[in-house]
Design a protein around this ligand. Sequence first.
Ligand SMILES: [Zn+2]
Length: 237
Amino acid sequence: MEFMPFKDKLLEVLDYELLRSGNKKTPALYPAFFSVLGIKACVYCNAQLTISAEKFDQSVSALFQLDHSIDKASYPCFAISFFNLYPVCASCNNNKGKKSILFRLYSNNPNKLMASEYQFIFDKASIAEFRLTKDYSQIKFTFDDKGHGLNEHLAVQGIYRTQKDLAAEIILKAEIYNQSYKEGLQKSFSKLYGKNGISNIDFNRFILGNYLDPRDIHKRPMAKFTQDIARQLGLIP
Ligand SMILES: [Zn+2]
């Protein structure tokens, strides 16, 4: 008589496969959950979309993978806990495996929910050099992952070294959108938006092309990288 490993039996009892992938009668639960949370970018690298998209036949395809922050092979009892499931891109999930990433997506402090502690720090001399030469390959930065393992295990700094052209665009924006130009633009926006005008947050988001609040970085890829350089340059408050 052959026994199913306890771990597999536990996952079967918890209906893990059905919750994750659904079937013809029951749609998968997790894609709807992350959609409600507003998470659309990999919570580790913030460089890839993690969304659910409707296909031509109206079925829904989840374009992300679920990482078990506490790995499910060792702790199958946490396999279906929402607080243990992180929507991530395939690259991060494959690279992570059973390695431990200390970043915590969820928090019992509502003010800290989904905020990021890690930070991109741009080298001021290299920004000055770029302003002179317009050669964006000269832009230098470091990614301080606060010891979470994002650099060591997921090569996050390496991912963003391919995105120096995006950093260059923000540097140019910071030059163009000086205070007087911003004030003039905001007045012209008021004409479009009526007597209430446009809020400072919406206006700055328009300029940045991404979300401003550190708690919103999971709503759009590249938000953290974009916010950090824009804030360092004074483009956004
Ligand atoms: Zn990723």
